[in-house]
Design a protein around this ligand. Structure first.
Ligand code: COA
Length: 264
């Protein structure tokens, strides 16, 4: 069905693999079109509860935007390219179903930006993160200037972008860019294990956590609908209160049994 990505569904987890290993999974226009479709599937397929984005092969998660597509673009075309990338990554970030990056090697430029658009990240010991666009006379264009700053703070973000330094897995862990470092062999299993835990929780509440946390880190008022994160939290708390899952969760606690959430 797809040319540049692979998808599979296993125990409610959709695994999306960027699959151009000979080009270190660089993001070209086809990858963006297909990733966009795959995320739509995550949004709309009730069989999918959570998702993982990873890269094919042992070497790279994604080594950036496909540089071969940069040649000859004028300013308007370059802006459209950045906007297209940002829109797909916003779709990932705003998914009500958790989408986690399993970073299995180089996550450079657009690859680092893709990982940062996911709700959180795990990586293998051989992972390398960086925004090396300055080496090409460029800056990050798929949200990297914003999300890197949100994740690691202003000073670190400035230094990483200005020096094009590639951070290894331990450095990424220390900076808060990833939550866990694993061996290459156990990366997917550990990611699935965490998503398995999340899948036992109330889906509506999980979606509301994503919405509220996103408002906390995004200052663009168009994106936040003019609401503060605190206002958003009050509203989302109220929304959760009238779900069947809230009744089930509180009843199960009082009856000393495990809750059986339905996502309603
Ligand atoms: N866009 C297009 N092609 C890319 C790419 C990218 N971002 N990153 C890697 N590739 C291609 C290479 O051109 C090469 O293709 P070829 O075999 O047809 O020549 C193939 O992937 C393997 O990469 P190679 O550079 O030979 O591997 P390496 O192990 O020597 O180096 C990297 C690995 C990641 C350090 C190096 O590929 C690199 O610096 N990539 C670009 C990173 C970057 O600047 N990303 C930001 C883009 S905005």
């Amino acid at each position: 069905m797809y040319q540049t990505i692979l998808t599979s569904i296993e125990n409610g987890i959709c695994i999306i693999t960027i699959n151009r290993p000979d080009k270190l999974n660089a993001l070209n226009a086809t990858v963006f079109t297909e990733l966009d479709k795959a995320i739509d599937e995550v949004y709309h397929n009730p069989e999918i509860k959570t998702a993982i984005i990873t890269g094919a092969g042992q070497k790279a998660f994604v080594a950036g935007a496909d540089i071969t597509e940069f040649g000859g673009l004028d300013k308007e075309q370059a802006m459209a390219l950045a906007k297209r990338g940002q829109d797909v990554f916003f779709k990932i970030e705003n998914s009500k179903k958790p989408i986690v990056a399993a970073v299995n090697g180089f996550a450079l430029g657009g690859g680092c930006e893709l990982a940062m658009a996911c709700h959180f990240r795990l990586c293998s010991e051989n992972a390398k993160f960086g925004q090396p666009e300055v080496n090409l006379g460029l800056i990050p264009g798929y949200g990297g200037t914003q999300r890197l700053t949100q994740l690691v703070g202003k000073g670190k973000s400035m230094e990483l972008q200005m020096t094009a330094h590639l951070a290894d897995a331990q450095e990424a862990l220390q900076m808060g860019l990833v939550n866990h470092v694993t061996t290459s062999e156990s990366l997917l299993d550990r990611t699935k294990e965490i998503l398995g835990i999340i899948q036992t929780k109330a889906p509506v509440a999980i979606g509301k956590i994503i919405e509220c946390v996103n408002v906390a880190v995004v200052s663009d008022s168009a994106y936040t609908n003019g609401k503060s994160g605190f206002d958003k939290e009050v509203e989302a708390f109220g929304d959760c209160f009238i779900t069947e899952d809230m009744k089930e969760g509180t009843t199960a606690f009082l009856e000393k049994r495990k809750a059986d959430f339905k996502g309603r």
